[in-house]
Structure formats: C-alpha cells, structure tokens
Design a protein around this ligand. Structure first.
Ligand SMILES: Nc1nc2c(ncn2[C@@H]2O[C@H](COP(=O)(O)OP(=O)(O)OP(=O)(O)O)[C@@H](O)[C@H]2O)c(=O)[nH]1
Ligand SMILES: [K+]
Ligand SMILES: [Mg+2]
Length: 430
C-alpha cells in the first residue's frame, strides 16, 4: 500500500487560474521524467511542456521535490496546471497510465507521519489549520503544528524514562546499598510530574474551546427579543421573530467571529410555564442548551424582572436588558435595543472580553482534543497509582502504563487503531 505512488488535487474545486496536482511515492521521479522530459532542479519552479506520448497536455510550472526533505518524506512533485477540467482529467489519465493512483483522504499527511516527518499531534494540527475559521484557531493550530505540545509530552516521557530506569535499579538490586535518597527522589519525581499533568488538565478546556468554538446561549422569558438579538448579531434573518410569545421552539445556532475567536451562538425557546406540548419540548431543549453553554446571555426587558436561571453558575451568566428604546436599562445592567442597534457594540465588546477570558492561555501549549485529555488523564491516573503502590514491581508497572499513554499521544507507540480516526477526517489531497 505505501509502495503506491499517489496523486491528488491540492487546490480547491471550482473556477480558478491554476490547479495544483501533487504526486508522492517511489515512481514520482520516473513519472515526472516521462511527462516533463527530464527532472528539473530540486525545489525550483521550472516551466515545462507536459506530454503524454505525443499529446501535449499543458505548459505548466513544475516542482521536483525529492525525499526525504519533502512533505511526505518520499519523492514527489507538483504540477501547477492551467485550471480546466479537460487538462485535469487528461493529466490524471497520464499519471494513472504511468503507474500512479488517486490518493485517499489524508494519505499525504499519513505518509508524512509514517516517515517520521511529523508526529500524531502535528498531523492533527494540520487538520485543525485547514479547518481554522478564526485567527485564534489559526494561531493555536500553528503552535501545535510547530511541535509545542509534542515537546511538552516528549519532555514528560523523557523524565518518566529516567524515573523508570531508577525504579528498575531498585527492583534489580534490592539488597545492594543503594542510597535511600534514590527512592525518595524517585517518588518526588513522580509527584512533580503528576502535579504538572493535573495543571495541564485543569486548564478550563481552553484549547478545546478555541478549537470547537465557545458556546454562547441566549435564554430568557418569551418575547424578550432573543431571536431578534441572534439575528442582529448574525447579520441575517436566521430565526423567526414575531410579537407572539412562544415563537421559537427549536434551538437555532449561528457561528460568529468574536474578536478573532470562534463562537457558536444559540437562540432558544422563551422560558415559562406552558400547557402546550410543543412549546414545553422547546423549553426542555432550551434548558439542555443553557446547561451545556460556556456562557449564557440572559435577556430580559424592563419592567419585568429576570427570574434566575436554574443550574447555571452566576459567573457564566451575562444579564442583558433589551428594548431600551421603550424602557431604559437600570444602572449596572448592560442595555441594548435589538431594534435600533443601541448598545450592541458594547455587548459585542463584553462578549469578546468574556470569550478571551475563557480561552486565555498562560503561555503553555494547551491540549486541544478529547483524545489528548483522555491520554493525559490515563497517564496522570497511572502516576497516582505508582505513588500509592506498595511493591516496587507494581510501581514499575504503573509507570510503564503512564509511558504508554504518553507515547500514544505523539504516536510513538501502538497507535494503528487510532490512525483511521485521525486521518479519516482529512480531505483528499492533504
Ligand atoms: N421596541 C422593541 N421591540 C423589540 C426589540 N427587540 C425585539 N422586539 C420585538 O419584540 C417581539 C419579540 O421578539 P422576538 O425576537 O421574537 O423575541 P423572543 O425572545 O425570541 O421570543 P420567543 O421566541 O417567543 O421566546 C417582536 O415583535 C420584536 O420585533 C427592541 O429592542 N425594541
Ligand atoms: K416572540
Ligand atoms: Mg424567539
């Protein structure tokens, strides 16, 4: 399978000036010679006439990218073709005739991982970078792609290896006069490492929040203007607005860029006692979203008093008074009018501040996926186990469990079963 030479379009579909085809694998050199005449100098753009037999396919810029200093680590090349369906399929036909096959989704990056060009955390970062919609997501993906998280986990793995070596020495030479500090130092080392993992896990899910977006839910009494607020924030008529209380039933979400952060804002059914079964279901869903939210905008109108939201910590709630064109907001409450737009700038600024507070990173690289959280949790639990272990052999075994959990995070050990999940989410051509 990895002997195959693969190709895919690296640029998007649709009308464009050029289409880039990427080729990678052992036959890349011979194939490029066959269609471009001879190999251009490595990594320099060269203009060539591409031929399939006597048929002229295109005049194109060609890049010869010999391994191992290529993206995949294999020999490869790029063809910068004039964009056009006929050119693309005739060039693809030529590549197939010469022994290449179309790539599977994520196959280029998977090869980069297999050839040791990147680890699993960096592969995930490449997927995140392509998906990034906001500046914060882009920055986070670039940091992880540069290996910030890999270095942290590799450093921990290195320290664990030293601890394990000392532990083996204690097991192998129980009767020798090893200085008593050896065991004491070993236990301190384990405790330190566990504390660092705890701090890393206990980060308020910053990295995961940046990656998936902050969830902001608009909740409140019927007719407070929740759907109107969603629409002005989104800049379009996403939700139905009428003067009838109980208009919204299904939760409606839109994605926003709030000061460079991705936020998903959800409008919900107005909260009240009701006999209507459909409205009651809408309210049940509203409460579900409110409980899951990272931040709740509790909207109300004067002179009604906002009833406190059950099950939501106050620090996660921003109370906002709407319809200030009719009744002014009381002192100390953020007032807006979804109709006139008054106060909306201040609301957006406040939301951006809250979102930044939720995602603020104190410098260290944050974990960004549930996979990372599960792996570090496993390693941390194993270290706690090692601290409690009554026998040196049990302690050694727990330390090895922690090592394996860290190794699986970077892909250094036993990850065959994980690769489909990681690379299956890529697009073709990456
Ligand atoms: N004067 C004034 N009217 C507003 C304002 N915001 C919303 N409205 C009106 O208030 C009514 C209810 O607005 P909606 O956005 O449907 O309120 P809602 O909270 O989504 O209501 P439900 O979905 O029924 O819970 C509509 O007639 C809106 O036009 C405002 O700032 N000022
Ligand atoms: K309404
Ligand atoms: Mg509504």
């Amino acid at each position: 399978m990895s002997d195959a030479t693969i190709f895919a379009r690296a640029t998007g579909a649709g009308r464009a000036a050029i289409t880039i085809l990427r080729v990678s694998g052992p036959k890349a050199g011979p194939i490029l010679e066959a269609i471009a005449g001879r190999l251009p100098p490595p990594r320099l753009a060269s203009l060539r006439t591409l031929r399939h037999g006597t048929d002229v396919l295109d005049h194109a810029v060609v890049l010869w990218l010999p391994g191992p200093r290529s993206y995949t680590g294999e020999d490869g090349f790029e063809l910068h073709l004039h964009a056009g369906p006929a050119i693309e399929h005739d060039v693809a036909d030529a590549l197939v005739t010469l022994g290449a096959r179309p790539a599977e989704p994520g196959e280029f990056t998977r090869r980069a991982f297999t050839h040791g060009r990147i680890d699993l955390l960096q592969a995930e970062a490449i997927a995140d970078l392509i998906e990034a919609e906001t500046s914060a997501q882009r920055r986070q993906a670039l940091t992880q792609g540069d290996g910030a998280l890999s270095r942290l986990y590799d450093d921990w793995a290195q320290r664990l290896r030293t601890i394990l070596a000392h532990q083996e020495a204690l097991i192998d030479f129980p009767d020798e006069d090893l200085p008593p500090e050896v065991e004491a130092r070993l236990l301190t080392g384990i405790a330190d490492l566990r504390a660092q993992m705890d701090a890393h896990l206990n980060d308020g899910h910053r990295g995961e929040l940046v990656r998936r977006g902050i969830s902001i839910v608009i909740a409140g009494a019927p007719n407070a203007g929740k759907s109107s607020l969603l629409n002005v924030l989104a800049g379009r008529d996403a939700a139905i607005v009428t003067d009838r209380a109980g208009t919204t039933r299904d939760a409606i979400s839109v994605t926003l860029d709030l000061g460079g952060q991705r936020a998903v804002i959800t409008d919900t059914a107005g909260l009240r006692e009701t006999e209507d079964a459909i409205e009651a279901e809408g309210i049940r869903r509203a409460m579900f979203h409110v409980k899951q939210a990272d931040l709740v905008v509790h909207l109300y109108t004067e002179p009604d008093r906002p009833a406190p939201l059950a099950d939501v910590p106050v620090e996660d709630v921003l109370t906002v008074c709407n319809k200030t064109d009719l009744h002014p907001a009381p002192d100390g409450v953020l007032g807006i009018s979804a109709t006139t737009g008054a106060g909306l700038g201040a609301l957006q600024a406040e939301l951006a501040i809250r979102v930044t507070r939720l995602t603020h990173s104190a410098g260290a690289a944050p974990l960004t996926r549930a996979r990372h959280r599960a792996g570090i949790t496993e390693a941390r639990d194993a270290l706690a186990e090692a601290e409690r272990a009554a026998w040196p052999e049990l302690r050694g075994e727990a330390l090895r469990v922690a090592m394996r959990a860290l190794g699986r995070l970077t892909g250094a050990v036993g990850v065959e079963d994980l690769l489909e999940a990681v690379f299956g989410s890529f697009c073709i051509g990456k």
